[in-house]
Design a protein around this ligand. Structure first.
Ligand SMILES: CC(C)(COP(=O)(O)OP(=O)(O)OC[C@H]1O[C@@H](n2cnc3c(N)ncnc32)[C@H](O)[C@@H]1OP(=O)(O)O)[C@@H](O)C(=O)NCCC(=O)NCCS
Length: 168
């Protein structure tokens, strides 16, 4: 791929970003692999507050993506795997973008920056946990050069999940 990646800034999520995430993710297409419907504002208040703690502790988190106009596009970044099942103790990279911003390379750009920052923080590998039907997300893992490390059953849905891995 020789196209220039778009300009995207990454910031630690602010209190206000909880409202922005809630607004732009309230879309069945965005939530297709996250329960299928919009999440409550309180979910994003908790999620953004948790990311501020991760930034303070590890120097990385799921960052708010902002375009050159200052508009919030979504989030991309890294965090300790947050569930009791799966790759406990490992660092996952993740992404979610408002529907209007798909197809422009924003997440690939933000994920490349994420990998540089996480590598600089001393992390030796990252994982990405993706629903096997989530072709757009799998395409991101491919653009980042991640390898399929495991197929498993997602506990919430009984659907197939993929664990992708990248050594840094
Ligand atoms: C998964 C998700 C983030 C992917 O978004 P995306 O816009 O397809 O991903 P990228 O930012 O990497 O952009 C790639 C697209 O931009 C295009 N693009 C334009 N310029 C580009 C460039 N310089 N480099 C790479 N891609 C570029 C690509 O062709 C591709 O579009 P296409 O698939 O229509 O061909 C998005 O679909 C999403 O938010 N889904 C809902 C939430 C979700 O499922 N999250 C993941 C959970 S595991």
């Amino acid at each position: 791929m020789n196209r220039a990646l778009p300009d995207v800034q990454l910031r630690v999520p602010t209190d206000e970003d909880a409202f922005a995430w809630h607004r732009i993710f309230a879309d069945p297409e965005v939530m297709e692999f996250h329960g299928g419907r919009a999440a409550e504002l309180s979910v994003y208040e908790e999620l953004t507050a948790r990311q501020r703690r991760h930034d303070a502790e590890y120097g990385f988190c799921l960052w708010t993506m902002v375009d050159s106009e200052g508009d919030v596009l979504g989030f991309t970044g890294a965090q300790p795997w947050p569930h009791a099942w799966g790759p406990t103790g490992q660092i996952e990279i993740g992404w979610r973008l408002g529907r209007a911003h798909w197809g422009k390379g924003y997440v690939t750009a933000a994920a490349r920056t994420t990998l540089e920052r996480v590598r600089a923080a001393g992390v030796d590998h990252v994982v990405a946990m993706v629903n096997a039907r989530n072709e757009r997300s799998i395409a991101v893992t491919r653009r980042l050069g991640m390898e399929l490390a495991e197929r498993f059953t997602l506990p919430a849905s009984d659907q197939e999940g993929h664990r992708y891995r990248l050594a840094l």
